[in-house]
Every structure is written in C-alpha cells, then in structure tokens.
Design a protein around this ligand. Structure first.
Ligand SMILES: O=C[C@H](O)COP(=O)(O)O
Length: 255
C-alpha cells in the first residue's frame, strides 16, 4: 500500500455524467502526483461504473461508500462486497458517522461489514470519531478506542485503513488542530498495536480538510492520509489536496 492515502468521499453528489466530467478533468492533473500517494475516489454507488471506466489504466482507485454485511439475499436496495469486488471496486468506506447517526449503524455492524469486505478482497476504510458532546465531556479518546477495538476484531491489519473523523469537524469548516488530530491518531495506533502490526494500517484524518489545512495535518507522525468530503467535490480543490507539499520532519508513519 502507498504510504499516503487521499480519499474523496463524494457522499450523495455527482451522478454518472458528472462523475465522468469530473474525472476527465481530474485524471490528467494526477500526472504530477507524488509517487508516495494513493488517490481513491468514492462516488455514490450508481456512479461506481462510470468512475471505474474513467480511471481504468490510471493509478487512481475507486471505492464504495457503504456495503451490506450479508453475502446475498432479500435486502432491497443493498449491495454486497462480492458485487463490489466483481465490479472492480478495491476499497469501501464503512462506519461513516453519517451511517452511524442517520442509519443506526453500530460498532458490531461496522465490524461485520469490514469482515465481509475483506472476505471478498475489498479493503475497508473504517471510520471512527467522537461527537462534540463526547469531546466536551472528555470522552473523545475512550470513544475512539472503543470504536476501533470493536471494528478491528478479526480483521487482517495488512488490508485495512482507519479514518479518524471527529463528528464535530465534518462539513462544519471546523478542522481539528493538527495536534488534536495527532493525539487521537496515536490512540488509534495504540489500539491497533494490541491487534498486531499497527504500522501496517494507514490512519487517515477526515473533517473539513481543505487545501490550506492539509499540509500541517499530513505533517503529523501518525496521520497517513485524508478522507475528504466537501473539498473533494471540486476538481481544483481536490487536486490541490492530493498534491499537497509534505512539510513533515518525520516522513510517513506507515511502512
Ligand atoms: O468522509 C468525509 C468526511 O465526512 C469529511 O467531510 P468534510 O470534508 O466535508 O468535512
């Protein structure tokens, strides 16, 4: 796996036509992408085929935003991990806070989804993060620790990404300070150590990442990439995020 992972989560934006137009403009700009970077585009399910076609033969990968935990069955509107794999999708986000808050996804369900993905050769990007209330009551570390412990059980650490996304920073323009983000990332790393080779797992930061905040965030020793929502919707801002200039005195943390 590349040492820095930049993921675009388009959420419910960009249908197939817009996906094609975006990638026609974006893909050529990635010729200047530093070699240590992996860019992953996660469009809505209906745009996965368009994204796969537009990125075919390029280093850009495509990911889904969700998956169902069962192999198949009467689950109207759902998509299985095997279907994603068959289509050529290599990554999938699971446990995004919007799924947890709006669709009632629990830690246990997130774990089942991640296991289903790994069983089909799709790499899970597992999201964790505390709410504002939890942060203000001093429970940020404990919340994230518990989410990671539950999500990672039984998973192969060699084929996993974690994304730390403080809920209060998502879509608010209020990015965590690099120091606050680093503090939680080191907690994530600590939990991962109890499961195996913690250095194998890229830990991404998400929550109002913008072109002008990405450099400092990526300079933190335990931050190995970014999960970008709003700023990934426009080609120009996402290109600037992907091609950020590393100012890290540490180098990247993942080997
Ligand atoms: O998955 C992406 C995150 O929810 C961050 O979204 P945002 O960059 O719009 O805050």
């Amino acid at each position: 796996m590349k040492s820095t992972i930049i993921v675009a989560n388009w959420k419910m934006h960009h249908g197939p036509g817009q996906t094609r137009r975006y990638l026609e403009a974006f893909v050529p700009l990635m010729k200047d992408l530093p070699v240590d970077r992996q860019v992953i585009i996660c469009p809505p399910s209906i745009s996965l085929a368009a994204a796969l076609e537009a990125t075919g033969g390029t280093p850009i990968k495509v990911g889904a935003q969700n998956v169902h935990q069962q192999e198949s069955g009467a689950y109207t509107g759902e998509i299985s991990a095997a279907m994603l794999a068959e289509a050529g999708v290599e990554y999938a986000i699971v446990g995004h806070s919007e799924r947890r808050q709006l669709f009632g996804e629990t830690d246990s369900l997130v774990n089942q989804k991640a296991l289903a993905l790994q069983n089909c050769g799709v790499l899970p990007i597992v999201c964790v993060g505390e709410t504002l209330e939890q942060r203000q009551s001093g429970e940020a570390q404990a919340t994230v620790r518990q989410q990671v412990e539950a999500a990672v059980a039984g998973l192969d650490l060699q084929r996993l990404c974690i994304a730390y996304e403080p809920v209060w920073a998502i879509g608010t323009g209020q990015t965590a300070t690099p120091e606050d983000a680093q503090e939680i990332h080191s907690v994530v790393r600590d939990v991962l150590r109890s499961f195996g080779d913690a250095t194998a797992v890229p830990v991404l930061y998400g929550g109002s990442v913008k072109p002008d905040s990405v450099d400092e965030l990526m300079a933190q020793p335990d931050i190995n990439g970014a999960l970008v929502g709003g700023a990934s919707l426009l080609v120009e801002s996402f290109q600037r995020i992907c091609c950020y200039q590393s100012i890290s005195p540490f180098g990247r943390g993942v080997e």
